[in-house]
Design a protein around this ligand. Sequence first.
Ligand code: GTP
Ligand code: MG
Length: 148
Amino acid sequence: MEIEGGEAIKGLDATLIEDKTVVQPDETFKLILIGSAGVGKSSILLRATTSKFNDEHNATIGVEFGSLLVKIEGKLVRLQTWDTGGMESFRSLTRIFYKGAHAVLVVYEISNPKSFAAIEEWLDEARQFAGTNIKVFLIANKCDMPNR
Ligand SMILES: Nc1nc2c(ncn2[C@@H]2O[C@H](COP(=O)(O)OP(=O)(O)OP(=O)(O)O)[C@@H](O)[C@H]2O)c(=O)[nH]1
Ligand SMILES: [Mg+2]
């Protein structure tokens, strides 16, 4: 199978593959994006999957799904990503999505101290519902904001 195109991912030895066809990946990893409401979880996924950015905050109702195909060290890797709504009212629903996840992406916003203080709580939740062996990545978002 031949795969055309692809865009180098800045700072990473990985290439984002245009994924218009059904492709059998070499590896599939399940990721879950968590963090307080409005920190930019959906924006990160939107950017990663489409290179787009939306100024508006359309709160994620429950959970949304996004899929990326990347080429890393010659291997095709499918990243299946669950983007959870950060609002408190969705907490019990989003907990279901930790099951089977390979990695948790905890997002906070550099100009929002509350979202940083909440990380501890998010980590506790991840450990409880995804298990202690899970890989955890901390993402400091909105680095363009002046009041950092
Ligand atoms: N300046 C700036 N704004 C951003 C950035 N990322 C996201 N935003 C804005 O932040 C707001 C919230 O972004 P979302 O991606 O909807 O946040 P979310 O974490 O998915 O929010 P919930 O779904 O409610 O949990 C939107 O208005 C985005 O445009 C960024 O890197 N810089
Ligand atoms: Mg969202």
